[in-house]
Design a binder for this molecule. Sequence first.
Ligand SMILES: C[S@@+](CC[C@H](N)C(=O)[O-])C[C@H]1O[C@@H](n2cnc3c(N)ncnc32)[C@H](O)[C@@H]1O
Length: 364
Amino acid sequence: MLAMATATAEDYGISPPLRLHMVYAFLAMEPPDVVISLARDFGCGSLDDRVQSCIWRQCICKADVKLQGPYLKRFLKKLILEIESDGEDVLDELYERYAFYLTSLQDNDVDKGNSRILKSISFLFSDESSGLVSCPKSRNLEVQLQCSLNLLEGDTGCSLWPSSIFMSEFILSFPEIFVNKCCFEVGSGVGLVGICVAHVKASKVILSDGDLSALANMKVQCVCLPWESASKEDLRGFAPDIILGADVIYNPSCLPHLVRVLATLLRPGSSLQNERRFNHSLQEKVTSNGSPASEILGHPSANGPVAFFTSVIRNIKTFDYFLALATKADLVVMDITEKVEIFEFLPYLRSYPRLNVRIFKIYL
Ligand SMILES: C[S@@+](CC[C@H](N)C(=O)[O-])C[C@H]1O[C@@H](n2cnc3c(N)ncnc32)[C@H](O)[C@@H]1O
């Protein structure tokens, strides 16, 4: 056993950025393996007493036991095992806290319905010296999301999916395309995308989902919109400039309905939409392949609504079916993943398979 040192991480010369990555990963409830590997990064491979003190002060002491209890218990178990197998002494406080969770938190808490957790996602913006000139520090953003503890509960809309993390990085990379725009999201889930478009000053943000548990989980307003029963009149009333969808292309039986919803929302004609022309300031910004951002991100006629969908293509047949339905509905689906430079604002989310996510611009 080891008594805790009183000095801070900085006193030990632990690099603040590396420490912050570990703390943010912990608050985002990354798998314990990921957080521990980030801890090793700043400990030069070791989980010695200075690293343990830092974990204790910066992570464990700052956690909310009510909302993060089951995660804390798993994290401490894994951490203690790793420290012991390294042959290091474990800090007393870590043992004591783990013993406390062992007796106070039962494994079946999840079954009893205590399965909601609070993930805190902090977008890390750099300053001009790092080259991220479009994203000043003043746009810093921390989002708290209530999520389901495990995916096996059935309600996919209560989990945070990689596509919406990627979509949020896209929105924060190109804030100017959303300014003063009416944005409508289908299949909003836990709401990260909606918070990001509100953050970059969309004029209106409408979130929608068809799943009742997703709607009940959401702490902001979300329209109940099952694609199967959405009427043309209802959809036309929303008159969005931009439609967003993250990880909504996965269930073949829903796709005809999703494509109908999308085609209806993309059909221009509303006087509201015609008034809100695409923001020409975009032309000043150049994308990674040298083209003006407006060319890649806007509607070819500069004034029609556009949709952006992000997706992990898990089943190519399902995705091809979506493409076939979209073509039949006269929609153009353009893969713009390699054409735009999307900044990596969440470098500490190591379990997020960023490279597997594609982004599509869709228009009529
Ligand atoms: C895989 S989750 C993605 C959630 C969120 N966009 C994200 O990426 O984190 C799919 C979302 O689409 C919603 N959804 C699925 N089928 C739907 C349907 N037929 N009508 C409306 N929403 C639907 C689900 O409730 C869920 O919120």
